[in-house]
Design a protein around this ligand. Structure first.
Ligand SMILES: [Zn+2]
Length: 292
């Protein structure tokens, strides 16, 4: 196996040298979903490890803990996720020593990069093929390989259960502006010790909002820190000439001296149409809930 991995690395080095534009970092909606899903992978895993465990078997749970450990160990590594065009390098996705899938591949060691095939990330009409839950399932599979497990079907099974857990907690709030469809998607993990994921998707871009929401929350005790939050009951409304406002309720937990305290707040996010007619986040604010 070691020889095979060395050969794989050698072949990849040759490809990088041969084609300067082989590896890229995509910036479309599918690519963003993959990058967000990778950055949120620990939280997506924890919803199934710390909560009612998503219907995982004991074997799957043990594997998921190994996947979590590899993701955590790679937290400070950059460029783990890379995008490669199959049409520009036709044999690249055939060369993998372990992976038959067309969409992504990696090696059986934790330092192997995860390569995504940038040719299969969109439908023919340009709509993103890979949403956040699917990206999470693919990454569970690939990080499972990085953790040393070569069993594609077993890893697919775990990925499917995490994907289902995410999809069942997804709430989408749509806003149509002229002919453009925009939406805010919220993924509440069902635990107040995990931070929800929130995204704004426009026709041109995808923006993560979760860290902005978390940054706008205030614990009543000054030495406490936010442990997690969930966003509920969202609404879009018009605000001024070209402005839009999204309001919602937030339930969050504050951790101080080992004690969790649950608080509530009203969330308000202001958006504006930029010069290109695309929806853009202006600011995020919270105030103490009227009826906590
Ligand atoms: Zn595989």
């Amino acid at each position: 196996m070691k020889l095979a991995i060395i050969l794989f690395n050698l072949l990849f080095s040759i490809f990088v040298l041969a084609g300067g534009s082989l590896v890229g970092n995509g910036s479309g909606v599918s690519e963003q979903n993959i990058i967000f899903a990778y950055s949120a992978l620990i939280d997506s895993i924890d919803q199934c490890i710390s909560g009612p465990n998503c219907g995982l078997t004991d074997l799957e749970l043990t594997q998921l803990q190994k996947i979590r450990a590899v993701r955590l160990a790679n937290a400070s590594r950059s460029n783990v996720i890379q995008f490669v065009s199959e049409s520009q390098s036709p044999e690249f996705f055939e060369l993998s020593v372990i992976e038959q899938h067309r969409i992504a591949k990696t090696g059986l060691t934790s330092d192997s990069p995860i390569y995504f095939n940038s040719d299969v990330l969109y439908l023919s009409d340009g709509v993103a093929e890979i949403d956040f839950p699917l990206a999470t399932a693919i990454l569970i599979h690939e990080v499972g390989h990085q953790a040393g497990n070569p069993d594609h079907a077993f890893l697919d099974g775990i990925g499917a259960k995490i994907r289902y857990a995410l999809t069942s907690k997804q709430v989408t709030y749509n806003l149509s502006v002229d002919s453009d469809r925009n939406s805010i998607q919220i993924f509440n993990y069902g635990s107040l010790t995990i931070r929800s994921q929130a995204f704004l998707t426009t026709s041109k871009a995808k923006v993560s909002l979760g860290h902005r929401i978390g940054g706008a929350l205030n614990c009543s005790s000054p030495d406490a820190r936010i442990a997690g939050f969930e966003v509920w009951n969202g609404h879009w409304e018009s605000a001024g000439q070209s402005g839009y406002r999204f309001t919602a309720w937030v339930r969050f937990s504050c951790l101080s001296a080992g004690q969790l305290q649950i608080q509530r707040a009203d969330l308000g996010m202001n958006f504006n149409l930029n010069s290109e007619g695309d929806l853009e986040l202006l600011d995020v604010g919270t105030k103490e809930a009227a009826n906590p």
